[in-house]
Write a protein that binds this ligand. Sequence first.
Ligand code: HXC
Length: 257
Amino acid sequence: MAYENILVFREGAVGRVQLNRPQALNALNFRLMTELVEAFREMERDPGIGCLLLHGNEKAFAAGADIKEMAELGAIDMYTRDYIELWDEVARIKKPIVAAVSGYCLGGGLELAMICDIIVASETAKFGQPEINIGVLPGAGGTQRLTRAVGKSLAMEMVLTGRMLTAQEALAAGLVSRVVPVEVYLSEAQKLAGEIASKSPVALRLAKEAVLQAFEGSLSSGLAYERRLFAMAFASEDQKEGMRAFTEKRKPEWKGR
Ligand code: HXC
């Protein structure tokens, strides 16, 4: 597929995708989301890639789903169009995804960022679910993932008023893992993604799956799930190599199995 709305880069073991509709603040239309899913799936299949990185530009990560594309759709169009499923497809990616966010991160854009595993924010980032202002509500997981990320009261305030959080507020609320100056937000995220990509691919896959399980179901079922995945890590050569390398005071050489 020739991409029109995203740019794709390969930097060592990091696969990087830039959302690229700057004239529309990277509004996520059907075509862009389809391209993003396609690019991520290709990176998922590439054994040389250990971590994915997603970002927009300094002004916007993404200002939401494309309102102009949705405006005239009816309920059945929305239900049958498999548009929102494209967010679910991103959530199915098993490799870790870092989001580097600067500027607007709104609506479906925030829902996309929250599907990523770690959000690195620039000091200028603004996070919001402003759907209430256009007569709807978050539709790609926002009411669920935001509530789990920041708690009920703040999620309600954001969803019911559309108020945007500053980067510092997002940090205090636990929505992002760190806030850095805008000049370095991308390079910091690249460093982080590079560090993640240097780890054992098996352990990364197990660890991502285990942490995501915290969002599903109860604590006791999550703990049981973690226990099984932890035991499974001991079936990998990377576990043997990692622990031997530690004992022998050398760097591990990951095999990915
Ligand atoms: C389509 C959008 C857009 C969007 C911005 N643009 N956001 N187009 N969909 N979500 C376009 C504008 O129409 C304009 O193009 C250009 O981008 C620049 O935007 P401006 O509004 O002129 O910029 P500014 O005055 O700086 O205001 C920035 C802004 C505002 C506050 C972010 O653009 C805004 O409120 N955007 C909408 C945010 C929003 O409601 N997002 C949620 C969408 S619903 P033109 O060509 O007109 O000049 C959603 C539901 C998801 O995400 C459900 C699951 C899929």
